[in-house]
Ligand binder design. Sequence first.
Ligand SMILES: Nc1ncnc2c1ncn2[C@@H]1O[C@H](COP(=O)(O)OP(=O)(O)O)[C@@H](O)[C@H]1O
Ligand SMILES: [Mg+2]
Length: 236
Amino acid sequence: MKRVSELFVGKAKSVYSTEDPDKLILEFRNDTSAFDGRKTDSLDRKGLVNNKFNAYIMQKLEAAGIPTHFEHLLSDNESVVKNLDMIPVECVVRNISAGSICRRLGVEEAQDLNPPTFEFFLKNDELHDPMINEYHIRSFGWATDQEIAKMKELTFKVNDVLKQLFLDGGMLLVDYKLEFGRYHGQIILGDEFSPDGCRLWDKDTREKLDKDRFRQGLGGVVEAYEEVARRVGLKF
Ligand SMILES: Nc1ncnc2c1ncn2[C@@H]1O[C@H](COP(=O)(O)OP(=O)(O)O)[C@@H](O)[C@H]1O
Ligand SMILES: [Mg+2]
């Protein structure tokens, strides 16, 4: 399978059409950004690490009965995925308080959240991805009731699978963001699961092993991502 034309260049990935209208090529670039694109950098090997890690996680999720867009690895930096009609909404689950929820609600970091929280955000960089609720999604036609229910169900199912997977590797899954899309009438997990879109802490030391290393200028960003991959059993 090869690239036909460039459809979209995002902050970290590029999307290409293929000869098959049902398939896309997702290129994982080394580019990284934070704070709505105000801090950017290029990190050696990040594209490769995230591409391989995402493939590994998507396959684990698929095996657990969660439909994903992942088809197969194409190269070090590219994967073939199903061409989804993306829903412009991000689904976020938090098991431990960190990041924007602490600023927004004035709550302390590192509190265990029982039950975990679920939040929707509108995918819109100019508006800084504002938090929305199910009424906004329905009223503006971004998704139907059924689709909303499915996204929530699948997002929580991902939590069950991945909390344990990371715990087995000595890590806490603090929070994560998922994006879904439609494919021949079905709601499918799209985009990526990688340390760029979740928080992972070492279980004992609480060392940050995710994109907060970049946001907070802690260094060793890709090294931490590789450590995460290694701990869940992925070899490069
Ligand atoms: N399977 C898919 N089909 C169509 N679009 C997808 C799929 N998976 C991810 N996307 C979209 O491709 C883009 C990936 O590039 P990314 O760098 O993450 O963009 P962004 O800057 O919008 O976050 C995102 O806009 C994402 O919603
Ligand atoms: Mg993205």
